[in-house]
Write a protein that binds this ligand. Structure first.
Ligand code: ATP
Ligand code: MG
Length: 685
């Protein structure tokens, strides 16, 4: 080849083939084999070698953090100006599409609001007359499962494990509530998260011309973590991919961990049927992430998955020995386990100068395990962050400052853009100015009649009573803010600060407590990573700037579900008791295999070391170690449980192992073990 393909440099043969293949194309490979990396390089390839316009590519990532990383990597390769706009989670990219094209979707008002999970839950609970928060969450989860499975009020519920998780009564109630819930959201001019997927699907199914238009809008859809997409998302991808079905999907069925939420892993096996032009499925077989001991442990666990498609992973890391042995500890109580976590973290740092805390992650099966760990971390004065599940915990005043900035940036010097209508609504509400709901309804009406953005309609609304003046003041203030930001050419972090000051949010900032200040710091530092206030606003509007705080140098504490796709030098997994992991519930509901895959996901997050622990007495019961621990070959642990030494520094100077050498090691390893679950092969396929 005469062209220089520097954007593909360093990829192995299979990765390069995947990056250059013609879509539709599926890549199916194990953890750490470079699926996400390959997808990113493919984007570069499409733009640089094949001359594709960046805005014609739609990349769907699993988390907002992944989206941020992908953008950063692409910016490094392509230059900031050529990074595709359409990189984000399903929800984020659809929120943008719906905002830009609200007028195309029947029944969708311009400037619609997107309800956060807790707001949406409040609506549901009010409709159902529920007071109990737990019941509310169950109801919301059931509603979400139904919508994600494209089921309506009159459809029969399927039997799968995702549905078996709910009481029959909860499901029945959720289903019965669907029409009223929809009506209430319509009344509020709002969508919930699931609507961001289902409404475009509905709209395209109902309107061929729209399906045609949206189906040709992108020349290719690139989807990461394909194994965890639900039915509604599959349908959406299929529709957006248009007749040509130009989809490039990467996934790993061994990491399918969202069956309980309606993800449909069977779709991965059906890919070539759904996209008839698809080439032979590409496998990636070299693991670039984990030291050998970790990889062998993960492979041994994965081999017990009765349903998984066969994949082999060979190690490629330059740690020529097996890396640090896995450590297994047992503790008497959760408190003791918390202190052991702290001790291990301290030992890791002591063993390696300059090791950042953010490279040492504590990954948990369930949220309740976090408490004693967080207490111990706090007591030891270690910096940590509990990465939340449902929504990023961005304090209200930061959200408000972002809304102000977004509103300001929507003024282009001549007029207002309706895309910032929701920001206008939020700016009016915070800090509170006592603008009445009635006036706001009038304003919406006026905007609808005149076709103006809300801020423009506020300026245009006749009358001069107090209420109206307050409304107009919001627009005036935002306009002045915009002028200042442009005149002084402020970088995004300063623009955000100015927005907070002007809106009167900065007073709170001064009085804020330690944690709150840290949140502001994180917001400023996240903002500083964007090229301009406008680029930052675009990301915040999609809820994507918040996740950037994973960059802060703190020990991340999160559930395994949240850790998907991420990697850390050192991973600690406490709480490995039977009944917790696998959970009693999973066992009762027959989803043991999914639990094991979750364990596999946890193991494969680690690059260099794994520390595992279990507790003899959690709550009232006497526990046993997780059965999954027994699936890890003994020799990968050093010494008896409770006696390992902290890992030393890695030897990075050793040459990478040759292929023959790694093959031999893997073969040796397998020879020493009896074949796992002898009935497995038969059940496959
Ligand atoms: P997961 O299934 O956990 O999402 P993945 O298959 O997406 O994993 P990546 O995150 O893309 O894997 O890659 C794992 C690590 O290996 C990353 O640090 C990545 O930069 C590195 N990597 C991938 N391919 C190569 C390569 N050809 N050479 C060197 N490093 C690579
Ligand atoms: Mg990945």
């Amino acid at each position: 080849m005469t062209e220089t393909l520097s954007h593909l440099a360093g990829l192995n043969e299979a990765q390069a083939a995947a990056a250059m293949a013609t879509a539709p194309q599926l890549v199916l490979a194990g953890a750490g084999s470079g699926k996400t990396e390959t997808l990113t390089r493919r984007v570069a390839d499409l733009i640089l070698r094949r001359g594709e316009a960046p805005e014609r590519l739609l990349c769907i990532t699993f988390t907002t953090k992944a989206a941020g990383e992908m953008r950063a990597r692409l910016a490094a390769r392509l230059g900031a100006g050529r990074v595709p706009r359409w990189v984000g989670t399903f929800h984020a990219v659809m929120a943008r599409l719906m905002t830009e094209e609200a007028s195309q979707v029947p029944g969708l008002p311009r400037g619609f609001a997107i309800l956060g999970q807790s707001d949406a839950r409040a609506v549901l609970m009010a409709l159902a007359g529920l007071k109990d928060a737990r019941e509310g969450m169950a109801l919301q989860d059931a509603v979400s499962l139904l919508k994600g499975s494209l089921l309506g009020a009159r459809d029969a519920c399927p039997q799968g494990p995702a549905f078996a998780r709910f009481e029959a009564e909860t499901l029945r109630q959720a289903q019965a509530l669907l029409p009223a819930y929809r009506a209430e959201l319509d009344r509020r001019a709002a969508l919930d998260f699931d609507d961001l997927i289902t409404r475009p699907v509905e709209a395209m199914q109902a309107d061929r011309a729209l399906a045609q238009r949206w189906g040709t809008r992108w020349s290719e859809l690139l989807v990461d973590e394909y194994q965890d997409t639900n039915l509604a998302q599959h349908r959406l991808i299929r529709l957006l991919a248009g007749e040509q079905g130009r989809v490039f999907a990467v996934g790993d069925d061994t990491q399918s961990i969202y069956g309980w939420r309606g993800a449909d892993v069977s779709q991965i096996r059906r890919f070539r049927r759904q996209y008839p032009g698809a080439g032979e499925t590409i496998r990636l077989e070299i693991n670039y992430r984990s030291a050998r001991a970790i990889l062998l442990a993960a492979n041994a666990v994965a081999a017990r998955d009765p349903q998984a498609l066969r994949k082999t992973l060979r190690p490629a890391r330059p740690d020529a020995d097996w890396g640090t042995p896995l450590l297994l500890r047992e503790a008497e109580t959760p408190e003791q386990e918390g202190r052991a976590v702290v001790k291990h973290l301290q030992a890791l740092r002591a063993g390696e100068e300059g090791l950042p805390w953010r490279e040492c992650a504590v990954l948990l099966r369930a949220g309740f395990l976090a408490e004693p760990i967080l207490a111990a971390l706090a007591e030891a004065g270690m910096p940590f962050r509990r990465v939340s599940e449902r929504e990023p915990e961005v304090p209200r005043d930061i959200l408000a400052a972002q809304a102000w900035l977004q509103l300001a940036m929507s003024h282009d010097g001549h007029g207002w853009n309706a895309a910032a209508d929701d920001a206008f609504r939020r700016a009016c509400a915070h800090p509170p100015r006592g603008i009445s709901g009635r006036l706001f309804a009038q304003l919406r009406q006026h905007a609808a009649e005149t076709g103006l953005a809300l801020a423009a309609a506020a300026e245009d609304l006749p009358g001069s009573d107090e209420d109206r003046l307050r409304l107009r003041a919001v627009a005036d203030q935002a306009r002045a803010l915009a002028a200042d930001i442009h005149r002084r050419r402020l970088p995004p972090e300063d623009a955000l600060q100015l927005a907070a000051e002007r809106a009167g949010l900065a007073a709170g900032l001064r009085e804020a407590g330690q944690a709150h200040l840290a949140a502001w710091e994180a917001a400023f530092s996240a903002a500083s990573r964007f090229g301009s206030p406008a680029a930052y606003c675009e990301a915040t509007a999609l809820g994507e700037a918040a996740d950037a705080d994973l960059q802060a140098d703190v020990v991340p504490v999160m559930t395994l579900h949240r850790a998907k796709g991420l990697e850390f030098d050192h991973v600690l997994m406490p709480g490995l008791e039977d009944g917790v992991f696998p959970s009693y519930r999973a066992e009762a509901q027959g989803s043991l295999a999914e639990e094991r895959r979750l364990f596999y996901v946890g193991l494969t997050r680690a690059r260099r070391s794994l520390w595992l622990s279990w507790v003899r007495h959690r709550r009232d019961w006497a526990a046993k170690p997780s059965r999954f621990l027994a699936e890890i070959p003994e020799q990968l642990f050093k010494g008896p449980p409770g006696a390992g030494a902290p890992p030393g520094p890695v030897k990075r100077t050793l040459p990478p192992p040759t292929q023959a050498e790694t093959d031999r090691l893997v073969a040796e390893f397998h020879a020493r073990r009896k074949p796992p679950g002898s009935g497995r092969r038969k059940r496959e396929g």
